[in-house]
Design a protein around this ligand. Structure first.
Ligand code: ATP
Length: 323
């Protein structure tokens, strides 16, 4: 497999090399190539991503992605939003698991408030929350396929207030019925609280774009923060795997970032794109062994650096390879 590696900006430069090393240990047959995109590139070249970069990404079998800093400049278009749209990565899968719960958040990734239909005028600003039948049907079908291997679908929405959400909800319910999948629905604000109070009640949570982004950061509270949560951006032709966290400019360059989210994103790449759940499980096992020795980065209450934690995980993977 050919893997495009995008470190991006900020802590992407620190956590992605750890994830790439893990893939190299587990799958020496993979071929890697770097694609330089992001804010740093924009500062150097005036463009954050070129059409050649997009071609390089689109020719990969899978993409391992760090994070991009979005500067407060109206002329700058979010790189990850552009990539998700161009490669039609419509399903954003965000697993959150811990003691007694195992949730996967399925977030529609190409529509809603990220439609790009917006304008700022002198005294008003407007962003259109665009939700289509096609977009809702395909994300609902994706979530239903995941439920079939699991238990139940929860549709998170705000249909009591927003017409676009009533539309989204009705389509999701129709797809769940068609697929014969047990489902319930819940207002997204109540769901954000309940998922924290009773995470064990949830299995597959399906939402539109913005609500999915918010509820996954909320759910990060259950597992010790953003440093441990991976995600997959999946389309019919392409797939990109990235930590849920961003470039974290506040800690960038300090070698303190937690590489677990990036390692788990590499694990998702192995299971979803390489169809290699055994290697994916090894990454999880290696992380578990290192944590069990009390080795943790600062966000989890320890004092290991990014590289120290990464080195321990790699050593565990190498010892599994030898066993
Ligand atoms: P961006 O604009 O790129 O999204 P951000 O700082 O707004 O960056 P995040 O990068 O998601 O958003 O970071 C939010 C907070 O979580 C920051 O305080 C950051 O230090 C912390 N954080 C994020 N990722 C990690 C990580 N891997 N390890 C430790 N702390 C992290």
């Amino acid at each position: 497999m050919r893997i495009a590696v995008v470190e991006g900006d900020g802590i992407g430069h620190e956590v992605i090399p750890v994830a790439k090393r893990a893939l190299e240990v587990l799958r020496p047959d993979f071929e890697f190539y770097s694609v330089d995109v992001g804010f740093g590139k924009w500062q150097r070249c005036g463009e954050a991503i070129t059409s050649q970069d997009m071609e390089d990404l689109s020719s990969a079998d899978a993409i391992l992605f760090g994070a991009i800093t979005t500067p407060p400049d109206p002329g700058y278009r979010s790189v990850i939003v552009q990539i998700r749209k161009t490669l039609d990565l419509y399903a954003n899968l965000r697993p959150v698991f811990g003691k007694g719960f195992d949730i996967i958040i399925v977030r529609e990734n190409t529509e809603g408030l990220y439609s790009g239909v917006e304008k700022i005028e002198e005294d008003s600003a407007c962003t259109v929350r665009c939700i289509t039948r096609r977009g809702s049907e395909r994300i609902a079908r994706c979530a239903c396929r995941l439920v079939k291997k699991r238990r139940e679908l929860t549709i998170g929405h705000k249909a009591n207030v927003l017409k676009a959400d009533a539309f989204f909800r009705d389509i999701c319910i129709a797809e769940a019925r068609k697929a014969g999948v047990p489902f319930r629905e819940c207002y997204i604000d109540a769901l954000c609280l309940d998922v924290l109070q009773h995470p064990e009640r949830y299995d597959v949570i399906l939402t539109e774009n913005m609500f999915g982004d918010i509820i996954s950061d909320v759910a990060a509270f259950l597992v010790g923060g953003l440093g441990v949560l991976p995600s997959g951006n999946i389309g019919d032709q392409h797939a990109l795997f990235e930590p849920v966290h961003g470039s974290a400019p506040d800690i960038a360059g300090k070698n303190v970032a937690n590489p677990i989210a990036a390692l788990r994103s590499a694990g998702m790449l192995l299971s979803y794109s390489a169809r290699d759940p055994v290697s994916a499980q090894r990454i999880e096992e290696a992380i578990g062994r290192v944590l069990a020795q009390g080795i943790r980065t600062r966000d989890l209450g320890g004092n290991a650096t990014t590289t120290e934690f990464g080195d321990h995980v790699i050593r565990e993977l190498e010892s599994m390879n030898r066993a």
